[in-house]
Design a protein around this ligand. Structure first.
Ligand SMILES: *Cc1c(COP(=O)(O)O)cnc(C)c1O
Length: 235
């Protein structure tokens, strides 16, 4: 077993333990392996241990990996980074999911650029739940209007919500923020039959996210090790 495979096993155990503590089944929580800045060979190692969904933050890097790993068509690629309009076509053409839709204009572009030969792109609305410094994500007040607009686009499938809470080390405060997201998710679910995904929880807050009701945790460092940004230009 490689170290990536060992780490994956540990993260899966952490998810199972967190789920058990709040009476949830571990199968309710999908592990998204965040492979940004890591080579295709690292993805292959994780894939060999049964990992299927992978998350990428940078469009160009993500597309290169998707194409390099075309021999593994069962892998499921999620775009989880900030999305600029001029990169939306690459996301629409190469990914199965986009977690960071936060405005009508970008939703419309993804819809128009999604090839008709592919199934609709699964999208999550990114909510800015607690991070005043972040420009990504919409406010909760604007959620229902954007959800309605997305639901009308035939090449998009609204699956739920995503958030990146501001870093917070106190468990109870993490839980309070995650609970706000979970409430918004439950409300959205009542209006849209396809909504089933709350993408919430990273290495440092996944226990609180799972306790609140997250259905997808996004984990990078704990699986692939620390990222070396020096060797990779940012996009
Ligand atoms: C990088 C990243 C992650 C993974 O973070 P780690 O701390 O490496 O687990 C999760 N979600 C998003 C949106 C990210 O950009």
């Amino acid at each position: 077993m490689t170290s990536i495979q060992h780490n994956l096993q540990q993260v899966r155990q952490r998810i199972a333990a967190a789920a058990a503590r709040c009476g949830r089944a571990p199968e309710e929580i999908t592990l998204l392996a965040v492979s940004k800045t890591k080579p295709a060979s690292a993805v292959e190692e994780a894939a060999a241990a049964g990992q299927i969904p992978f998350g990428e933050n940078y469009v160009q890097e993500g597309v290169e990996k998707v194409q390099a790993l075309a021999a593994h068509p069962h892998l499921e690629w999620h775009f989880i980074g900030p999305l600029q309009s001029n990169k939306s076509r690459l996301v629409a053409e190469n990914f199965a999911w986009c977690h960071t839709v936060d405005r009508q204009r970008i939703a419309q572009r993804l819809n128009d650029q999604r090839p008709l030969t592919l199934p609709p792109l699964n999208v999550l609305i990114q909510v800015n739940i607690s991070d005043e410094n972040s420009k990504s994500g919409i406010m909760l007040e604007a959620l229902s209007e954007l959800a309605q607009q997305i639901a009308e686009l035939p090449q998009l499938r609204l699956r739920g919500l995503m958030a990146i809470p501001a870093p917070e080390s106190d468990y109870d405060r993490q839980l309070a923020v995650c609970q706000q997201m979970a409430d918004a998710f439950q409300q959205l679910k009542q209006h849209y039959a396809d909504v089933d995904t709350l993408s919430l929880g990273m290495s440092d807050d996944m226990e609180a996210a799972i306790a609140a009701g997250s259905t997808m945790v996004r984990i990078g460092t704990a699986i692939f090790g620390a990222r070396d940004y020096a060797s990779k230009p940012q996009q």
